[in-house]
Design a protein around this ligand. Sequence first.
Ligand SMILES: [Zn+2]
Ligand SMILES: [Zn+2]
Length: 102
Amino acid sequence: MLDLRPSCEHCDCDLSPESRDAMICSFECTFCSTCVDEVLKGVCSNCGGNFVPRPIRPAKEWREGVSLARFPASTKRVHKPKDPAEQTAFAASVATVAPENR
Ligand SMILES: [Zn+2]
Ligand SMILES: [Zn+2]
C-alpha cells in the first residue's frame, strides 16, 4: 500500500493526503513539487529514479472498505535534507539517461 507521507523529505513542508503538490518516486520517497523542480532537478536523490504526482486517496468511501479513513495517511515525517550542490551534480549525470533506461 502506498505510504502517504505527511511532509517533504527535503524542506519538511506539510503534504496533506489531499495535496496536489506531493511528488513520489517508485520507492515512495516524497517531496513537494518545488523541491523536485528546484533542488532535485527531477531526479530522486535517494534512488536516481523519476517522479510522478502522488495519487490522492479518496476521503469518501465510494466503494466499501476503501477510503482514507480505512487506510489513513502516515504520520511519520521523513526529513533528510539534501545538499543542493551535490544533488545538482548527481542529477546532471543521471538525467542524461531516460528514466526507462536507468
Ligand atoms: Zn520541499
Ligand atoms: Zn527514490
